[in-house]
Design a protein around this ligand. Structure first.
Ligand SMILES: Nc1ncnc2c1ncn2[C@@H]1O[C@H](COP(=O)(O)OP(=O)(O)OP(=O)(O)O)[C@@H](O)[C@H]1O
Ligand SMILES: [Mg+2]
Length: 112
């Protein structure tokens, strides 16, 4: 199993969620976050105005998936979150050791 963390532009959230639903992703967690990349936030535009602060608003997605869904998941996020401008975000992939569905005590891929 894999755990995918994606940092994207906030206005891309709906598009990314739809793309993930379409390939069968069963659940995800969304958090509003702030961050910066290699431009350190300075030169990036947000809603038409240059942000003066170092941290820019982003959305973080956390998604647990079966190994078989990894390639499609990465492709779906990349496609849906892409604008081609700086600050489009990043995708981090981790090995996921275990999952447990609390209600049923199912574990592993059955719990995803
Ligand atoms: N190395 C990193 N570690 C953790 N989070 C990061 C890292 N790089 C980027 N992020 C997160 O992703 C967000 C978007 O990063 P961003 O897309 O600007 O990366 P970048 O490397 O500057 O690429 P680009 O040149 O396309 O802007 C940042 O605001 C931050 O939240
Ligand atoms: Mg950047």
């Amino acid at each position: 199993m894999k755990f995918v963390t994606a940092i994207i532009k906030p206005f891309k959230l709906d598009e990314v969620r739809e793309a993930l639903s379409a390939i069968g992703v069963q659940g995800l967690t969304v958090t509003e976050v702030k961050g910066f990349g290699r431009q350190k936030g300075h030169t990036e535009l947000y809603r038409g105005a240059e942000y003066i602060v170092d941290f820019l608003p982003k959305v973080k997605l956390e998604i647990a998936i079966a190994d078989a869904l990894l390639d499609q998941t990465l492709e779906a996020i990349e496609k849906a979150a892409h604008t081609g401008k700086i600050g489009d975000g990043k995708i981090f992939v981790f090995d996921l050791e275990s999952v447990l569905r609390i209600r049923t005590s199912e574990t592993g891929e059955a719990a995803i």
